[in-house]
Design a protein. Sequence first.
Length: 105
Amino acid sequence: MNIGGLNNIQNPAIEKLASQGGGNAGSAKAGGDDFAQQLMDVLEEVNDSQMKAKQVGEDFMTGRQGVDYHDLMIAMERASVSMNLTMQVRNKLLEAYQEISRMQI
């Protein structure tokens, strides 16, 4: 799977996670809280993109001024791509967890 075209997606929460990837190693509790908060931030942004696409769709269907067809399609594609990316990250995390749980000690 080639995901080279996804480099143009700008998500501040994901960029923050990527920039902190090589950061300081703190206690497990502090790191867990930061990761959980960052994960919630990413999920909130995905939800926001879904809600924005829904709102743009409603505005387009009701004929409100300032909403063009291409604006609707862009909002819907952004929401779709962000949801698909989130689902793929979830799937990879589940695969990693399952692989770790299958390891023999």
